[in-house]
Design a protein around this ligand. Structure first.
Ligand code: DAK
Length: 258
């Protein structure tokens, strides 16, 4: 049983919720939290009743970064042997869409964890930042790579080199997040987005997610070829027949994920 996160497999129909639960430490991501998130995502990925996952913290903090107290005394060799990257890579490989519902601080590893998710819904109080520079290091879980792809080089460079936090509004304008809503409705908004994905064909959603991610990982010609194969593959599914028949018959499709 996880101790530092809460997992609700049936938060809503087809929607699971993972809540990071270290409120006193502003949800600092120690090794145990990250392993528990990884394990929960793997279990939810394997569960056909789940179609979308929401990852959240609490109103004050999504996560204020990796646990500085746990990292402070580590040597380079300790960090290498702990090999946190494998855990982060496994999270990135989750097949189902993950929506980060963010309020308060999303800093350092917390910001990187949001960016490892597929979409971000933020409350007006959310603050995003990569403040690692202020403690003598730099982002290590994708912050120097995913942030510039999301907000462009100039803003990413400023955030990474000065540690400045940006507000939810600035993050929205910069293209880092999907939507900003009042603090009392960020979970409702995340659920609304999750529901609009959960009604689609799960298999099409999975292949579409995989294809969009390739836009960041491959040269254009290769990712276009990848997209094409996934597109063809969907014509082998019952959901494609159902989706197109339903359109022609003017009814709602009933997707089974087959
Ligand atoms: N780690 C550990 N404890 C933290 C923490 C953190 N990141 N952030 C906050 N806390 C703890 C505080 O120590 C405090 O604990 P007590 O003193 O009460 O025991 C409690 O949470 C409340 O925090 P504050 O008293 O500081 O609250 P304030 O409202 O005054 O300030 C703050 C909130 C978020 C501005 C401040 O706490 C802060 O600056 N926190 C640190 C933010 C930060 O620097 N984050 C980046 C950490 S480095 C990797 C993957 C990821 C990473 C690295 C490698 N690999 C895959 C290899 C990531 C690195 C990082 O994230």
């Amino acid at each position: 049983m996880p101790e530092l996160i809460l997992v609700d497999k049936q938060y809503q129909e087809h929607i699971a919720l993972i809540t990071i639960n270290r409120p006193k430490e502003l949800n600092a991501l120690n090794l145990q939290v990250m392993s528990e998130i990884r394990d929960a995502l793997k279990e939810l990925d394997d569960d056909d009743s789940v179609r979308v996952v929401i990852l959240t913290g609490n109103e004050r903090a999504f996560a204020a970064g990796a646990d500085i107290k746990q990292m402070a005394g580590k040597s380079a060799v300790d960090m290498l042997l702990i090999d946190q990257f494998t855990t982060w890579d496994q999270i990135r490989k989750t097949k189902k869409p993950i929506i980060a519902a963010v309020s308060g601080f999303a800093l350092g590893g917390g910001c990187e964890l949001c960016m490892t998710c597929d979409m971000i819904i933020a409350s007006e109080t959310a603050q995003f930042g990569q403040p690692e520079i202020k403690i003598g290091v730099m982002p290590g879980a994708g912050g120097t790579q995913r942030l510039p792809r999301a907000v462009g080089k100039a803003k990413a460079m400023e955030m990474v080199l000065t540690g400045r936090f940006i507000s939810a509004d600035e993050a929205l304008q910069a293209g880092l997040i999907n939507k900003v809503v009042p603090v009392d409705s960020y979970m409702t908004e995340a659920v609304r987005l999750a529901q609009s994905i959960a009604v689609q064909s799960p298999i099409a959603v999975q292949l579409a997610k995989e294809s969009v991610l390739k836009a960041y990982e491959m040269p254009l010609q290769e990712s276009l070829a990848f997209e094409r194969k996934n597109f063809y593959m969907l014509f082998a599914t019952e959901d494609q027949k159902e989706g197109m028949s339903a359109f022609v018959e003017k009814r709602k499709p009933d997707f089974k994920g087959r």
